[in-house]
Design a protein around this ligand. Structure first.
Ligand code: HPA
Length: 279
């Protein structure tokens, strides 16, 4: 269950560290995505151990820093370089802190990123996939617990978690960057195990195109809070049973390293599009 007192303490620390921050957007960077920030002008940084209750990302490929940054187009953005996961075993509070901080700054738009295994045959390592919809297979939900109106109503609608205008914007950014962008359904499992081949066959039948262990909780919280959410997966491997080799986190981070030019170009173009939107 989310601890609201702990969320408040975390947000207070960020408002104290960045008193002049007026971010319009947020960016949460998953495994291997940390370096896409090179196009931003960093105005301030705060390591996660300075954010109460955020803890440290124990996952390699996650820097564990919050950046207050500005894009070339002048869009202020809070960038979380690394996320906490449900499988780390500390419950939903650390996972909910970035969405809560973004909500506390009244941001309008948040882009979530992750590394994912490809289930649909056309989704090959190195490709980027815009998330059209998700399946929450974590076995829990971050909104379980007393109702907190920060996250909207008691029973949030999930028909449009990923805003269609933002999906179109992501497609435009991909086209401008000349990076092919697929679109599909992302399924989040709890992890930390990768899946068995039998599980992947089941998930394929259920309509999943790609699989990972994150993103869905943040998307649930942010969309419930009325914030526009978009998400992009970097396909880092073929899912279990499709891949001829055993899965490993090293394979995942190596694939994101190879895809970094595409990821960086797409992120830069998304922020160009977001700057146009303001006018
Ligand atoms: N399964 C789950 N999570 C993942 C995978 C996968 O194949 N690849 C990257 N994150």
């Amino acid at each position: 269950m989310i601890n609201a007192v702990k969320l408040d303490a975390a947000a207070d620390a960020v408002h104290t560290a960045f008193p002049n921050a007026r971010p319009q957007c947020g960016l949460i960077l998953g495994s291997g995505w940390g370096d896409v920030v090179i196009g931003f002008n960093v105005l301030g940084e705060l390591p996660y151990d300075k954010i109460p209750n955020m803890g440290k990302t124990a996952v390699t490929g996650h820097a564990g820093k919050l950046l207050w940054a500005e894009s070339n187009g002048g869009t202020q953005t809070l960038i979380f370089q690394g996320r906490r996961h449900f499988y780390e075993g500390e419950g939903w509070t650390p996972v909910a802190i970035p969405p809560f901080i973004l909500e506390s700054f009244d941001v309008r738009t948040v882009i979530l990123t992750n590394a994912a295994g490809g289930i649909r045959p056309d989704l090959k390592p190195g490709m980027l996939m815009i998330v059209r919809d998700h399946i929450n297979f974590i076995g829990s939900n971050p909104l379980i617990g007393p109702h907190d109106s920060t996250w909207g109503t008691r029973f949030p609608d999930q028909s449009h978690v990923y805003a269609s205008d933002l999906r179109h914007l992501l497609h435009r950014a991909g086209a401008t960057a000349r990076v092919p962008m697929a679109e599909g359904v992302y399924l989040a499992g709890s992890g930390p195990c990768y899946e068995t081949p039998a599980e992947i066959r089941m998930f394929k039948t259920l309509g999943a195109d790609a699989i990972g262990m994150s993103t869905v909780p943040e998307a649930i919280l942010l969309s419930a809070a009325g914030i526009r959410v978009g998400a992009i997966s970097c396909i880092t491997n073929l899912a279990a049973g499709i891949s001829p080799t055993p899965l490993s986190h090293e394979e995942v981070t190596e694939a994101t390293r190879l895809a970094m030019p595409s990821m960086t170009a797409v992120i830069a173009n998304i922020w160009k599009e977001l700057a146009h939107e303001k006018n």
